[in-house]
Design a protein around this ligand. Structure first.
Ligand code: AMP
Length: 411
């Protein structure tokens, strides 16, 4: 099946057009600065160079129209007719407790997605905008929502509950949900293939270290705990997000700095993390460069970042009563030998031993980077969330219709 995978942000639409039969990404790209001056469509067909087109893109509907027309264009396109797009798969951040798997988008599902905005006000509204835009531009096409949270639905109550009055959970659904589920699942399965060991016989910790970062404890293929919680703010230090902290701190800062809710939210999500500590950058490349040139604040940010990863490796090994594989993925995890080295330091008591030569040369390859004698296999694996979304989209459509249908999902 040929599936258009869409990932909508507040001012961007990322896309990939994937043939699930060959698992080839026929084209990929991004529309950025939607609704602002200087909107750009950057598009890369699999067999030709990148093109960058400046255009006026008022909203997400115009953005999706631009994506469809470039897929059809004579010079840069990869299809001749709109009908070659057989379905759309959407990345949706929050599926709450209800969506334990990907779901065909129907009017009832749209109502539930709107109800979930309360849980994910920063992400779900844009995902809904993307679904509506595809419905306008590609009417009648099956659309499937694939949730960042679904993979974590197996986390048990003792791991997902916070120490708040239970009524807060019952009333507002306040619990750990976890995110990056498609990525954690994908790289865990990929690691099991590389190691030639069945996933249902392994204890794995996956570290998705990108702009957002999270770790998951996967016990025999099942997510049993993860670092992101009610929102993607909890857990590891990230580019601009604080990760774990004493909740009383925010009350204290709001009172002392007279911050509004909105300002406090911005402080935690946009001005904290690597950026907040170092004052240099949210980009790990720039942090490492500055640290190597003697910038002590960049070094401190890097130390906090890797210390927290180490702490969770220890914690999740205890949660699972053992560890067989540790997997690094996403922008930082795949590319930074330095972060991998610092994150695995002083963990030899757990049986984690890196081969520094393999670690340094791993970039861009899915490979084992632990030493031959290491009890725990450490791997570097490229994530591919879009491929998981395309596979899930096809699976849901085929399970509902027996074959691809063009009429079932009109919203
Ligand atoms: P992602 O969200 O997975 O696209 O990851 C993006 C982040 O990966 C960037 O903000 C960088 O911090 C990080 N990154 C990309 N390349 C490298 C690299 N060579 N070394 C360290 N970090 C990198």
């Amino acid at each position: 099946m040929k599936i258009l995978v869409i990932n909508c942000g507040s001012s961007s639409v990322k896309y990939q057009f994937i043939d699930t039969d060959t698992e080839l990404s026929l084209a990929r790209g991004m529309v950025s600065r939607i609704g602002m001056a200087g909107s750009v469509l950057e598009h890369k067909p699999h067999d030709r160079p990148v093109v960058k087109l400046g255009m006026d893109i008022l909203d997400h509907i115009v953005a999706v129209e631009a994506v469809v027309s470039i897929l059809l264009s004579a010079n840069h396109g990869v299809i001749k007719d709109k009908s070659e797009i057989e379905a759309v798969g959407h990345r949706v951040a929050h599926g709450g407790a209800h969506f334990t798997d990907a779901a065909m988008i129907t009017p009832a599902v749209m109502t539930e997605l709107r109800d979930l905005i309360e849980l994910a006000p920063l992400h779900n509204p844009h995902n809904i905008r993307g679904i509506n835009a595809c419905n306008k531009t590609l009417p009648g096409l099956p659309q499937v929502a694939v949730f960042d949270t679904s993979f974590h639905h197996t986390i048990p109550p003792h791991a997902y509950l916070y120490g708040l009055p239970y009524v807060m959970y019952k009333r507002y659904g306040i619990r750990r949900y976890g995110f990056h589920g498609t990525s954690h699942k994908f790289v865990c399965e990929r690691a099991s293939t590389i190691l030639g060991r069945p996933v249902d016989q392994m204890k794995v910790i996956t570290c998705h270290l990108g702009n957002g970062a999270s770790m998951t404890a996967i016990d025999r293929g099942v997510s049993v705990d993860t670092t992101m919680g009610f929102t993607p703010l909890e857990g590891l230090l990230m580019g601009t997000r604080s990760g774990d902290m004493d909740p009383a701190i925010i009350l204290h800062i709001m009172a002392r700095e007279e911050l509004s809710l909105h300002e406090a939210n911005t402080l935690l999500n946009k001005h904290s993390g690597l950026m907040g500590i170092s004052g240099v950058s949210s980009d790990m490349r720039e942090i490492i460069e500055a640290a190597n040139s003697g910038n002590s604040m960049a070094q401190l940010a890097l130390d906090v970042y890797c210390y927290r990863i180490r702490k969770y490796i220890g914690s999740y090994t205890a949660v699972m009563n053992g560890l067989d594989a540790l997997v690094f993925t996403a922008g930082v995890g795949e590319n930074s030998a330095e972060v991998r080295r610092l994150s695995c330091q002083h963990l030899d008591f757990l049986g984690i031993e890196l081969d520094e030569n393999k670690n340094q040369t791993a970039r861009g390859r899915d490979t084992v980077i632990s030493s031959a004698g290491s009890k725990v296999s450490v791997l570097c694996v490229s994530t591919n969330e879009e491929l998981v979304i395309a596979r899930d989209t096809e699976r849901v459509i085929k399970s509902m219709t027996g074959s691809p249908s063009k009429t079932s999902a009109t919203v």
